[in-house]
Ligand binder design. Structure first.
Ligand code: HEM
Length: 424
């Protein structure tokens, strides 16, 4: 069937959901004269991402992301990918000490941001998605680069994100503007300078300072590309995870109360804590997992049959370069694979999901390298917010999502009321 028209009028994750509901495990749709396959069956997903991985490669979102992500892991393949994955900052031995070290920084940033937003205990309405976007950017600046990144750099970052988003929707990408190149150069230069500066001053707790104690084989340019991609592949995803939890808890007061109680009890017992302590917050863990089931920040990803190969998938013979779509958004909401998929039920994670049924971070060797960092940031931000503030997403907010630069975001923002709790 022809999908070009469909994708022009509906966000891709929602269209793939409709296809999956209608056509089941495997179906073919055409984008222009190119056939694409959507798979919605755990065994087929396992075949593409794990058992038959050598017959596939990652070519998308090259068109959209190459000018922004340059030579980073995200877009590489084969031996180049193996080298970059092995040497990625988050693959380093002892990385867990870095996660412990940055926890207080994430907590302080969150506190300071909320204090600036609402220093008094009266209620205040704020556009929470925008606030979280700024907060996450500041946290990444301090924890990754050891830098306080001002508004100029936020604006360069948004230029990169907006370019990646618009190139993803263009059939024939238009040439890049002078503004894009100039801001990308300033962004890259800043990261290179920061690498040089932080490597001299090893006292920081940021990722660059941490890496100086490891034996990474990445060159300066390669490290710069990875650190930059941590921002472009990661900051907004953390925001989406936090925003989805705030939204779902506002709509489910019982869950919210349960979470609140767990957090208050934790806060009253611990002053100085580690990631392992946060991981003991079992209800928080389940709420975050369930939020990412319903709102996986990266709702779809794509593989291509390697040039020169043909593959049998689900009994169908696929020629080289066929694109395979895998959509966590569609699969996580499938009644064939999840009981009451539209219901928010953190308790469903009392037991581990079955294999290849839950993949907000992808799966197999190319699964998200930032998963652990995401979970640390998301939980620490939520823990700080909910222990010190009462946050209610406005009843008018539906959290309807649109596709933006490979991620989802709430189409109409996240208008929320925040109120500082009065200390007793
Ligand atoms: C809610 C948060 C996040 C979600 C849902 C998410 C999701 C994903 C998914 C689905 C993939 C696999 C894509 C594919 O197979 O083609 C992926 C890969 C990747 N993610 Fe994330 N991500 C998140 C946060 C982050 C963060 C914070 C970073 C950086 C710190 C990051 C960096 C990457 C990179 C570099 C890859 C490519 C890994 C590779 O190809 O080897 N992500 N992510």
């Amino acid at each position: 069937m022809s999908g070009s028209q469909d994708f022009a009028s509906t966000d891709p994750h929602k269209k793939l959901y409709e296809y999956a509901q209608k056509y089941g495990d495997i179906m073919c749709f055409w984008l222009g004269n190119i056939p694409n396959i959507l798979i919605n069956e755990p065994k087929l997903i396992e075949q593409v991402l794990v058992t038959d991985i050598d017959n596939f490669y990652k070519n998308s979102p090259r068109k959209a992301a190459k000018p922004v992500m340059n030579g980073s892991l995200f877009l590489s393949n084969g031996k180049d990918w193996e080298f970059k994955r092995r040497n990625h900052p988050f693959s380093a031995n002892e990385i867990s000490t870095y996660f412990d070290d940055v926890l207080p920084l994430i907590q302080t940033c969150t506190r300071e941001h909320l204090e600036k937003l609402q220093p008094s205990s009266s209620p205040k309405n704020v556009e929470m998605f925008d606030e979280l976007t700024h907060l996450s950017f500041r946290i990444f600046g301090l924890t990754i680069l050891g830098a306080e990144m001002g508004e100029d750099f936020f604006s360069y970052f948004m230029t990169l994100m907006n370019e990646m988003n618009s190139r993803g929707t263009q059939v024939f990408p238009v040439s890049l503007s002078f503004k894009f190149w100039s801001e990308r150069n300033k962004w890259f230069k800043f990261i290179e300078n920061q690498i040089n500066a932080q490597q001299k001053d090893r006292n920081g707790v940021d990722l660059i300072a941490f890496l100086t104690g490891t034996n990474t084989e990445l060159s300066l340019e390669q490290l710069r590309d990875e650190l930059s991609t941590i921002f472009t592949a990661g900051t907004r995803n953390v925001v989406i995870a936090v925003a989805a939890v705030l939204y779902l808890c506002s709509r489910h007061p019982e869950a919210k109360q349960k979470l609140q109680l767990e957090i208050e009890e934790f806060e009253s017992q611990k002053n100085d804590f580690h990631v392992s302590d946060i991981n003991q917050l079992t209800y928080l863990n389940k709420v975050v997992k369930e939020a990412l089931r319903l709102y996986p920040a990266v709702p779809l990803f794509i593989r291509e049959v390697l040039p020169g190969k043909s593959v049998v998938l689900g009994g169908h013979s696929l020629p080289e370069k066929t694109q395979i779509f895998i959509s966590s958004w569609a699969f996580h909401r499938s009644p064939n694979h999840w009981e009451n998929p539209d219901t928010f039920a953190p308790e469903r994670f009392d037991t581990e999901p079955r294999l290849f049924h839950y993949f907000p971070f992808g799966a197999g060797p190319r699964a998200c390298v930032g998963m652990y960092f995401t979970l640390v940031c998301t939980k620490m931000i939520l823990l700080t917010m909910l222990s010190e503030y009462s946050i209610n997403v406005a009843p008018s907010c539906t959290f309807d999502t649109r596709y933006f630069a490979g991620t989802i975001m709430p189409r109409d923002g996240l208008l929320s009321q925040i109120q500082k709790k009065v200390a007793v």
